[in-house]
Structures are given as C-alpha cells and as structure tokens.
Ligand binder design. Structure first.
Ligand code: NAP
Length: 238
C-alpha cells in the first residue's frame, strides 16, 4: 500500500473542485481544501479552510497549517475560479479586477506558497485550471479568457523555474462542464460551443478528474525522474 499523498485543492465547496477533492479522499489521500464559504460536504481525510484565494495573509496561514500538520505537500490543484460573461463595453472595472485577482493572482499565490513547501522534499505536482475559452476567443468572455491566458503563461514559466526543485507544473483547460460557473451563459452560446468540439457533449466531472489524475499527484521518487523532462517540453495539458 502506498502512503497517502497530501494535496491542496482550491475551490472545493462545489463544482469541479469538490469532485476532485472527493475523488482524492476516496482513493486514500489527504485533501486540504478551501473556499470563501463553509464546506458543503465532509470526509475523514478532508480539511476545509474558509478563505479567499485573493488574500495573501490567509493563504500563507493555510500553508503554515499544512506545514505544521503534515510537514510536506505532494500536490496542488489550483481550481478556484470565477467567471463573468459580458461584453467588454459593459464590464465594470471591479468585475475585471475580481477576475484577475481570483483566477490569476490567486493561482500565483498558491503556486508560490505550495512550491516553497514542496521544495523541502524536491518533489511536487502543481495543476492549474485554464479554460477552452482562451483558445476559442469567445465573445463575451474577454476578461475571463484573458485571466486564463495569463494562467497558461504562468504555468509554462513556472514549469521551467520549478523543474530544478523536482516540481512539475501543468494546466488543464476543460470544455464546458455543467456547474454554477456557466449557469448564466445563454443556451445558444453553449450549444454553439459544444458544436465546435470533437466530442459534442458537456464534459463530465469524471472527464476532468481523469485528465488531472493523469498528472499523477501521488508523487514518488520514480515518477519525478520520468516527469520532469516531459513537463519542460509541454508545460500544458489541454
Ligand atoms: N465549468 C466549466 O465549464 C469550466 C470550463 C473551463 C474551466 N473551468 C474552470 O474550472 C474551475 C472550477 O470551475 P467550476 O465550474 O467548478 O466553478 P464553480 O462551480 O462556480 O465553483 C467554483 C469554486 O471556487 C470557489 N471560489 C470562487 N472564488 C473563490 C475565491 N476568491 N476564493 C476561494 N474560493 C473561491 C467557490 O467557492 P466559494 O463560492 O465558497 O468561494 C467554488 O467552490 C475554475 O477555475 C473555472 O474557471 C470551468
């Protein structure tokens, strides 16, 4: 039997983040999750922090708690995110700022703090959440898609910066999944988007879990040796 991995997953109250957390708890790992509101579910190997990923002091406190409790961190999934579907001319600065701070700066903060902890063991996996909205240049998603483009860039550069410490950094860019995030998107827009996909249906939670699981968050010395050169080349899984 393998030792349980210690994973931090952001945005675990609901949606994709909750499914990822339940998946990893279900296969015996320890998950430390977070969201602004209290958790709507529980598991003996799940620990929830109520925090906003935009708040540096609270993020640092969470990692201090992980360090004190477990002394290590094996994986980070930067899933927390917000969206706002609107024409650019109708987008208030406050909305744009919230998207940038949550999707991009939140991801940066968690990568930075996680890497400091992973560095102790020269071992770690980071998976960031991008979106298909970036590649498709979707109208009405200018700010959202831009924040995810920034996440892609951050991922590629961090993959290089953190490789010497045995830490891999990759991103997943899902197609639409039926969650609260896309509830406000008009049905005809969703239909048009799905019509452009090779597989013409919503992605299901298990599709996303399968791609993230391929990143092998259960790190071992062996997988480190195999994965580091590979992520230098790709840095991005879509
Ligand atoms: N659904 C899709 O079609 C789709 C497609 C491509 C990419 N994605 C990406 O997948 C990720 C998850 O999306 P989802 O569809 O699962 O969204 P969701 O159902 O709206 O869930 C978002 C999660 O993030 C948390 N969250 C939001 N802002 C936060 C903040 N400032 N601090 C801490 N936690 C925060 C939310 O909890 P609280 O409200 O309690 O904070 C919630 O648990 C996002 O990064 C999204 O951009 C989604």
């Amino acid at each position: 039997m393998r030792d349980p991995s210690v994973l931090v997953i952001t945005g675990t109250r609901k949606g994709i983040g909750r499914h990822l957390a339940e998946h990893y708890c279900g296969i015996g790992d320890v998950v430390v999750g977070c969201s602004r509101e209290a958790s709507e579910w529980g598991h003996p190997s799940y620990l929830h922090h109520c925090l906003d990923v935009r708040e540096e002091a609270d993020v640092k406190k969470m990692f201090l708690d992980v360090a004190r409790r477990f002394g290590r961190l094996d994986g980070l999934i930067n899933n927390a995110g917000v969206a706002s579907m609107n024409h650019s001319l109708l987008t208030p600065l406050s909305t744009a700022r919230n998207l940038v701070e949550t999707n991009f700066l939140g991801t940066f903060l968690f990568c930075r703090e996680a890497a400091k902890l992973m560095k102790r063991k020269s071992l770690g996996r980071i998976v960031n959440f991008a979106s298909v909205a970036t590649k498709l240049n979707l109208e009405g998603e200018a700010i959202y898609a831009s924040t995810k483009a920034a996440v892609e860039s951050l991922t590629r550069i961090l993959a290089r910066e953190l490789a010497p410490y045995g830490i891999t950094v990759n991103a997943v860019a899902p197609t639409p999944v039926q969650t609260d995030l896309i509830r406000a998107v008009p049905q005809e827009k969703i239909d048009a988007l799905i019509a452009r996909q090779a597989i013409r249906r919503f992605a299901e939670f298990r599709d996303v879990v399968n791609v993230v699981a391929a990143e092998n968050l259960q790190v071992t010395e062996q997988s480190r040796v195999q994965c580091v050169p590979e992520q230098q080349e790709t840095g991005l899984v879509t």
